[in-house]
Design a protein around this ligand. Sequence first.
Ligand SMILES: Nc1nc2c(c(=O)[nH]1)N[C@H]1C(S)=C(S)[C@@H](COP(=O)(O)O)O[C@H]1N2
Ligand SMILES: [Mo]
Length: 396
Amino acid sequence: MESKGVSRRDFIKTVGITTALAATGTIPPVLYASERRLVTFPEKTELLLLTSSPPQLETPLKYFRELVTPNEALFVRWHLSNIPTSVDLDSWRLVIHGNVDKPISLSMDELKKFEKVGYTAVIQCAGNGRSFFEPPIFGGQWMNGAMGNVTWGGVRLKDLLKSAGIKSGSMEVVFKGLDKAALPTVPGFLKSLPLDKALEDDIIVAYEMNGSELPMLNGFPVRLVVPGWYATYWVKSLSDIEVTDKPSENFWMKTAYRIPDDPCGCVEPGGAPKKTVPINRMTTRSLLINPEDGSRLKSGQSIELMGVAFSGGYSIREVLVSIDGGMNWSPARLGKDLGRYSWIQWFYPWQPAKPGNYQVMVRATNSIGESQPLDGLWNSSGYLLNKIEKYNLIVA
Ligand SMILES: Nc1nc2c(c(=O)[nH]1)N[C@H]1C(S)=C(S)[C@@H](COP(=O)(O)O)O[C@H]1N2
Ligand SMILES: [Mo]
């Protein structure tokens, strides 16, 4: 921890200000997309500010030109203003208890004795792109920067649960972080997974991001990684894992982060669902990253359009690009494949022959045939956004 001493102290200074603001009881202001400004938080490069207490910061799209998102550029999202600003690894423990044969409490050294595994996976907030819904939706007005592609390293959740011994009759596994609500009446952040999901091989308790320890704001010292599923389940600064024999009654599962219970997770715009289920796997998406939307290009000059495409754990089979507003589509070349949970880069060489306004559209399909709708599907929480995006390039 020595190496991190300085940044941790700076952290407390910065967060001290925002925590003081939160204590006054004022509701954090929501900044709309056009009002976004760049800020720096501890261990982070300049990110776009959504709210400062709790910290909600989004990644400028230029960082997605890289296949893997640098730790300092990964977005930040907390729900509660009382977030951990330092963790002493000498006293930190990860506790596994509840409906188990023998509760265990692991130090970081003990945790690292379990087999180390890892992979590259997209982390994406369920509300990524919410500001692009029509009709508009209340809630954090994320543009497309509440996502990133990170190489995670850690231990299998399954191995930890097995070492505590799961008792028969168990139903769910509940995950709790070190963050707390400012008021005791507001529930702490909890998420749970059905037991069979929690026992999948690829779910890990990660202590590494891109080969380094996790930034404090991204969940130091460990976080849950549920690849293919929305980041709401990826509990940060994880400290408590409880096996239960009944379904969760907590706010974050029962009320928040639910989607309409139908194959599209959608309702008529403005409508309300009859029944909901907890949000889960990510939809398939693709984005143009370079050149940026609205860029000016020179007629006759060759360029290469590039972007990213990903799905909820089923790789990307094909990316189609249209430069004429969807009339003609041609396949893009796909870049290096880092596995089914990673995003893949796509490239499309183009030489605009004459001046004019060109509408670029991109459409990805995953290995099980899931793709993107032309018109946006709608739900009242602004989740699952994956409509085919439209970009304008101006050729002069
Ligand atoms: N402990 C804790 N974990 C959490 C959250 C939180 O508020 N507290 N937010 C979740 C949500 S909704 C998202 S989008 C991701 C954001 O992860 P990041 O801040 O590392 O980008 O963390 C998830 N894990
Ligand atoms: Mo999120």
